[in-house]
Design a protein around this ligand. Structure first.
Ligand SMILES: [Zn+2]
Ligand SMILES: [Zn+2]
Length: 153
C-alpha cells in the first residue's frame, strides 16, 4: 500500500481502473490517462502501446494490432473528425472512380518511410482516417509489418 489516501476501497472501488503496466496500480478514471502517460515512462521496456483512438486503451503490440481494427472508439472518432469524408451508409464511389497506379490515400504525408527507425521512435499507431477500405487493408498490413518486423501472412 504505497498510497493510503486511495487505498480505502469505499463504494466506488469498482470504478477504479487497473493500470495495464502494473496491476498493483488502481487509478480513478479521471486520472487514468495522465497516469498512463506517467506510468509508461516507468516501464519503457514493457512494449505497451496506446490506442490512437482512446489513450486509455493500452495493450501489448500484438494485442493492439487487432485492437485498432476493432476499437469501439475508432468509428466514433472518425465520424467526429471527418463527418464529410465518410460514406453515410455505403461507399459513395458511384460514377467517380479513378484508376491510377498512385494510391494517394494509402500514405499519410510522411517523408521517407523507415519502419525500423519509426518503430524505435514510437509505438503509437498511426491513424488511417478517411481512407477507403483497400487503403485501410494496406495500412493494417503495413502496421503489422512495423510492429512485428516482418510481413504478416
Ligand atoms: Zn501504473
Ligand atoms: Zn482503442
Amino acid at each position: 500500500m504505497s498510497d493510503n489516501k486511495y487505498a480505502v476501497a469505499g463504494p466506488n472501488f469498482q470504478d477504479y481502473i487497473t493500470c495495464p503496466y502494473d496491476s498493483a496500480h488502481r487509478i480513478r478514471p479521471s486520472r487514468f490517462t495522465l497516469h498512463l502517460i506517467c506510468c509508461s515512462k516507468n516501464f519503457p521496456s514493457s512494449k505497451k502501446v496506446r490506442c490512437p483512438f482512446n489513450t486509455a486503451h493500452v495493450h501489448s503490440v500484438f494485442v493492439m494490432k487487432d485492437h485498432v481494427a476493432e476499437c469501439p472508439d475508432r468509428s466514433l472518432l472518425e465520424r467526429y473528425k471527418l463527418p464529410d469524408m465518410l460514406p453515410p451508409v455505403e461507399p459513395r464511389q458511384t460514377g467517380f472512380l479513378i484508376e491510377t497506379d498512385e494510391d494517394w490515400d494509402a500514405e499519410p504525408p510522411v517523408a521517407t518511410y523507415d519502419p525500423q527507425a519509426y518503430c524505435e521512435r514510437t509505438f503509437v499507431i498511426r491513424n488511417p482516417q478517411g481512407n477507403p477500405p483497400a487503403a485501410r487493408r494496406a495500412f493494417r498490413k503495413r502496421e503489422n509489418k512495423r510492429f512485428t518486423g516482418k510481413d504478416g501472412s
